[in-house]
Design a protein around this ligand. Sequence first.
Ligand SMILES: [Zn+2]
Length: 69
Amino acid sequence: MEKCTNTDCGRPFHVATIGGGVPGGKEREEIHCPHCNHLVRAPMTSACFLVTKPTPEQEAAWIAEQNSN
Ligand SMILES: [Zn+2]
């Protein structure tokens, strides 16, 4: 789980990597928060990223984990 870097949001989301490993095919892939559409990061990669929201249960578990640290 990644965390949105927008301080007004800060919610978690999943990033799944699809494909990749293609030599010389690197492009700038933007990863946007699925909650607020904030640009979280933009790595140079040959892979694609699928960003998805966690379920409410997953988000609650993630928040509980953050608070325990
Ligand atoms: Zn966000």
